[in-house]
Design a protein around this ligand. Structure first.
Ligand code: ZN
Length: 304
């Protein structure tokens, strides 16, 4: 049995599965790479305040205008082996990556949610993809994306499960309130910003899509993913060999006393807490909020 998307009830709605023709599902999959290409332009240009209307229309290297054929998602990149047809400059994997990611989101929706929910799920997933990457690149969650996403969540609820609308309205309000209060508390305690205002609006959007009971799961999921990133960064920045780790853990005190080589002493210092990920190094928390919202939408809130 297919699991219902988390926000709209305990069990899938009867008869909702076949209200959307399969051709419409195929259309979502066919459109996905082109939408991914547009999202790529959005991710690159929105934080810089550049116009987003036209997708890439010229080669960034030789500025030769691209023909329609050059802009066929995925296929053109594969056929030209990632190079510009005119100057031969490497085009890079960013756009094909975006096209694949958008396709993956549509495919996940088709496989995991009832057919009538697929178009809504695609819109949610594509918007979250753009937000996640913009926050990662620019530490920014633009209102022009979060606020329409919030409204869209309420619209989806009104269409798919009207009775749940109060719970989703409460989700939007409480989500915004939770992070706004948390940010105010952090500011009062530490004297600096811990959470951006964009995070509160994204959590509000998550509440609008999933309903207020999902808010703790969204916040917990995002926190776990964010902590995992902190741990990964520590491991990547300071790769210790197994041998070094053993020596440090066994006899770090002795090694600090002895005449050790300078690079070893730096590593020892790090392993003892003298370095690594500093607590004020920013994490793009919106990226993990977006990921948590998407996973909970697809797989449901545990225990709900
Ligand atoms: Zn070129």
């Amino acid at each position: 049995m297919r699991k219902a998307a988390a926000g709209w009830g305990q069990a899938p709605k009867r008869g909702i599965n076949r209200t959307m023709p399969d051709t419409a599902l195929v259309m979502m999959l066919v459109a996905a790479p082109a939408i991914g290409s547009f999202l790529g332009t959005l991710v690159l240009r929105l934080p810089e305040g550049q116009p987003v209307v036209a997708a890439r229309s010229a080669c960034p290297h030789c500025h030769h205008p691209l023909a329609a054929w050059d802009m066929v998602p995925l296929l053109s990149w594969l056929l030209l082996r990632g190079r510009c047809r005119h100057c031969g400059a490497a085009i890079g994997a960013f756009y094909p990556g975006m096209e694949l990611a958008a396709l993956g989101i549509a495919a996940a929706a088709v496989m995991l949610v009832p057919a009538a929910v697929v178009p809504w799920s695609c819109l949610l997933g594509w918007a979250l993809l753009a937000l996640a990457l913009i926050d990662r690149r620019a530490f920014l969650l633009p209102d022009v994306l979060t606020l329409p996403l919030l409204a869209l969540g309420l619209a989806a609820t009104a269409v798919l499960d009207t009775e749940a609308l109060p719970a989703h309205l409460a989700g939007a309000g409480l989500g915004w309130l939770a992070f706004t209060l948390l940010a105010a508390g952090y500011r009062a305690l530490r004297g600096r910003e811990g959470l951006g205002g964009g995070d509160a609006k994204l959590l509000a959007a998550g509440g609008a899509w999933l309903g207020w009971p999902a808010l703790p799961a969204i916040m917990f999921g995002a926190a776990v993913l964010g902590l995992a990133e902190v741990l990964m960064r520590r491991l990547q920045h300071y790769p210790l060999t197994l041998n070094q780790r053993e020596r440090i853990s066994c006899c770090s005190f002795n090694r600090l006393q002895s005449n050790i080589r300078s690079d070893d002493s730096i590593r020892t210092d790090i392993a003892l807490g003298g370095g690594g990920h500093r607590s004020d190094e920013p994490i793009a928390f919106g990226t993990w909020l977006a990921a948590a919202i998407w996973l909970l939408w697809l797989f449901g809130v545990p225990g709900a």
